[in-house]
Design a protein. Structure first.
Length: 190
């Protein structure tokens, strides 16, 4: 009487290992790109938040233009007829220039909600995976917003500029496009 053996033969085991190797060689590069895709999505989300915040603050600045100082829940709105000053939001004051948020922490970075703190701080931006370069309250100031963690964070960014000169007052801000890569935005280093 023959005894029946249980288990795999050596050939079956080798075939399974080869199939797993082929699958991992095809699938692994795709999974490696998931982190890059997440950084690109984060950059796109930040850009969208900046666009939305700029539009909302612009509308509020136009409505409140030239009304003088108005105090609301401890925040004093001081929008001038020339489009400067500050706009009060639920969280606090947002600085504006030429009817749009300034290119700094107390302007567009606070208004966009990229951090859970108000006003935004560099430490809070870094905790959320962002980095700020430049910025200011003067006409023509530009702030660069980067997503950290990529292969080259200096090439994973977009720029925000409210307007270039007093002659451009009220014109839409320049928010860098991400593709194709330009001096105002890129995803090549994400």
């Amino acid at each position: 009487m023959k005894t029946k053996q249980h288990g795999f033969t050596m050939i079956e085991l080798i075939v399974v290992i080869v199939i797993l190797g082929i699958l991992s060689a095809v699938a692994l590069p795709r999974f490696a790109n998931v982190q890059r895709d997440a950084r690109v999505a984060k950059l796109n989300a930040a850009r969208g938040a900046v666009q939305a915040a700029a539009a909302m603050i612009h509308g509020a600045a136009l409505v409140r233009a030239g009304q003088g100082a108005i105090t609301i829940a401890g925040c004093t709105a001081t929008t001038t007829a020339a489009g400067g000053g500050q706009i009060c939001t639920e969280n606090g004051a947002v600085e504006v220039v030429n009817w749009y948020p300034e290119a700094n922490l107390t302007g567009i970075l606070s208004a966009s909600g990229l951090t859970s703190t108000f006003p935004a701080t560099d430490a809070a931006l870094q905790a959320e995976g962002y980095q700020r370069v430049g910025g200011g309250g003067a006409i023509g100031s530009t702030v660069t917003i980067r997503v950290t963690g990529g292969t080259n964070p200096t090439q994973c960014f977009f720029r925000y500029r409210p307007s270039n000169a007093a002659a451009d007052a009220g014109s839409a801000p320049q928010i860098g496009a991400l593709t194709p890569a330009t001096v105002d935005g890129s995803t090549t280093g994400c």
